[in-house]
Design a protein around this ligand. Structure first.
Ligand code: C2E
Ligand code: MG
Ligand code: MG
Length: 559
């Protein structure tokens, strides 16, 4: 349908452009009761089956039309389904007033994007992302998601979790072979399930790690009783084919110590207890006594503060390689600290201390500034010509919430006269989940400066796909946990494939972390992964070595 003849309600404006719109669209004039006349529509709109107009118009659409007629100046968005029989379509609609000459009736542009495929893909991705292929139990992401849901819906109470780790599982696995190892895991899952109480939830949170979420009536003693019951399941051996295998496990647990303990804290406490259990061989329940920071930690905080103030932190740079071309696309900046005793302290130790003490704010600002300064310096060394790679900087969840990270980026760009497109900010999922609105605001500001954003360690946290889709991010970094052993682990390949298709559906690029072998790089490239980072290409290095590396790569591609 193109332009109709002039209507009874005055001359029609020219709306032939509607044919050029890439999605189903119509120019409509609302009438009473949410009905509307279609004045013009494009072929995509006419093809919608069944037609969203007339008797089969969905309620959400009618309501949106009604409201548009009442408040024409406000743009409306809505979701609806149309369908007959098995053919149901999920549509995302918008209604907006068309600017027009005075005198005529108000006309609106209605667009209906077909999201059926996307929603179906998302649903199946979601299912895959939250459950474990082997046992069908929730995986770590599913478990975390479920904990969050429990916290939100059930309010406070004696909620507790137990973590269970099979003893010497990798040795057993080596001995009986991976297929029998898989069977053993399934048998363990079954035995654990039979020992749960109603309402308990069992998940497989790692290769040989299980987690149980439970509600207690009798406090710590109750939790111990449950743990003993689970451990009792290991009292007799498992029969896998012709094999008889004896397995033991370590069990650590944690109770929600006060109302509003975050799920993440509960998990962390249980992990501390589990670690202790592996050492002692007993069931360990986390108590407040283990929460007190040790003297060592305070000492580290003081030293770290003086290192930041004294400018004694350094950045190292690890290249990000485009897998299709072997070109250096950029570098990730990683903080390095050598303490007063000459020990090189790994970031995994000092970043948490910085986060707990607030030092992460000056540390993060320093890293952003240093990255911009390095780019400016590389440009100078390159004879004033812009070096065609970016630097990725890690920004902690805590910094995102406490500090104006966008302002820090802006200041660094201005100070070093660097374009925003040359910086990429790496955030972890927790940054976004903790405070989605705040994250959204910061990300939008970063976008306005043309800086890019990557989701770091993707797949390890709990991935809220709805947020992911809403957030203006550019890239996913596939956690090295999935890349490790992927060459001979079908489950890991399946996860990487899922993340890859998720990224493609959302128009994001992917970077695989921890690429150590050429086989991994080839497999990742075949799966469609865009970039790789890891010891195969290079270890993190200082700025001068990184600049050399980039220069060399222009003569001879890395991969
Ligand atoms: P990340 O952002 O995921 O960084 C990647 C980590 O993987 C780095 O560890 C890197 O050295 C390591 N890595 C790279 N390739 C390989 C490989 O092939 N095999 C293995 N096994 N590891 C590889 P690093 O430097 O120890 O940093 C650890 C974490 O500390 C980072 O993880 C990041 O979350 C945090 N971090 C580092 N620098 C900063 C910083 O300036 N600010 C903030 N907020 N966090 C930082
Ligand atoms: Mg990172
Ligand atoms: Mg990472």
């Amino acid at each position: 349908m193109s332009n109709p003849p002039p209507g009874e309600n005055g001359p029609m404006p020219f709306v032939g452009w509607i044919d050029a719109l890439p999605l189903p669209a119509a120019v409509i004039r609302p009438s009473a009761r949410g009905d509307f006349h279609v004045h013009a529509s494009n072929a995509a709109f006419d093809r919608l089956e069944p037609s969203p107009v007339g008797g089969s118009a969905p309620v959400a659409l009618r309501r949106a039309v009604e409201q548009a007629a009442r408040h024409p100046e406000e743009r409306r968005e809505f979701s609806c389904r149309i369908g007959v029989g098995g053919a149901v379509r999920d549509l995302h609609g918008t209604i907006g007033l068309l600017p027009m000459e005075s005198g005529g009736d108000a006309l609106f542009l209605l667009t209906l994007a077909d999201r059926t495929q996307q929603i179906a893909t998302e649903r199946s991705l979601r299912r895959e992302l939250v459950s474990d292929n082997l046992t069908g139990l929730p995986n770590r992401a599913g478990f975390t998601e479920m904990l969050e849901r429990r916290a939100a819906t059930e309010g406070d109470g004696d909620h507790a979790i137990l973590l269970l780790d099979l003893a010497r599982f990798s040795r057993i696995n080596e001995h009986i072979g991976p297929a029998a190892g898989d069977e053993l895991i399934v048998a363990v899952a079954r035995r654990l399930t039979s020992r749960l109480r109603g309402g308990d939830i069992l998940a497989r949170t790692g290769g040989d790690e299980f987690a149980v979420s439970t509600r207690l009536t009798g406090g710590k003693a109750d939790l111990r009783a449950i743990a003993r019951r689970l451990r009792g399941g290991f009292g007799h051996p498992f029969h896998i084919g012709a094999l008889t295998v004896s397995v033991d496990c370590a069990l650590g647990g944690a109770l929600q110590s006060s109302a509003g303990t975050a799920a993440a804290d509960l998990v962390r406490h249980a992990q501390i207890a589990l670690k202790r259990a592996k050492r002692t061989g007993h069931i360990e329940i986390h108590g407040p006594e283990t929460e007190r920071p040790s003297g060592n930690r305070f000492g580290m905080e003081t030293e770290l503060r003086s290192a930041i103030e004294g400018g004694r932190l350094r950045l190292e740079f690890q290249p990000l390689i485009e897998l299709a071309t072997g070109r250096v696309a950029g570098f990730e900046a990683l903080a390095r600290w050598t303490d007063s005793k000459g020990r090189s302290v790994p970031p995994a130790e000092f970043i948490p201390v910085a986060e707990d003490s607030g030092l992460i704010v000056p540390l993060g600002q320093w890293a952003i500034g240093e990255a911009a300064a390095t780019l400016a310096d590389w440009d100078r060394q390159n004879g004033g010509e812009r070096v065609d790679c970016h630097i990725s900087v890690n920004v902690s969840a805590i910094q995102l919430v406490r500090d104006d990270a966008a302002a820090a980026v802006r200041a660094a760009l201005t100070a070093h006269e660097i374009g925003g497109e040359r910086l990429m900010i790496e955030l972890t999922e927790s940054a976004v989940i903790g405070d989605p609105d705040r994250a959204m605001a910061v990300l939008q500001e970063l976008k306005a400066m043309k800086a890019r954003v990557a989701m770091d360690d993707f797949g390890t946290g709990y991935s809220n796909l709805a947020h992911l889709q809403r957030l203006p991010i550019d890239a996913l970094k596939i956690d090295q946990g999935f890349v490790e052993h992927m060459v001979d682990d079908r489950d890991k390949v399946a996860i990487v494939r899922t993340i890859q298709s998720l990224a493609e559906a959302l128009g994001l690029s992917t970077t695989a972390e921890g690429v150590e072998t050429i086989e991994q790089a080839r497999l990742l490239s075949a799966l469609g992964c865009d970039f790789g980072q890891g010891f195969l290409f290079a270890r993190p290095m200082d700025a001068a070595a990184a600049f050399d590396y980039w220069r060399q790569s222009r003569v001879r591609p890395i991969f």
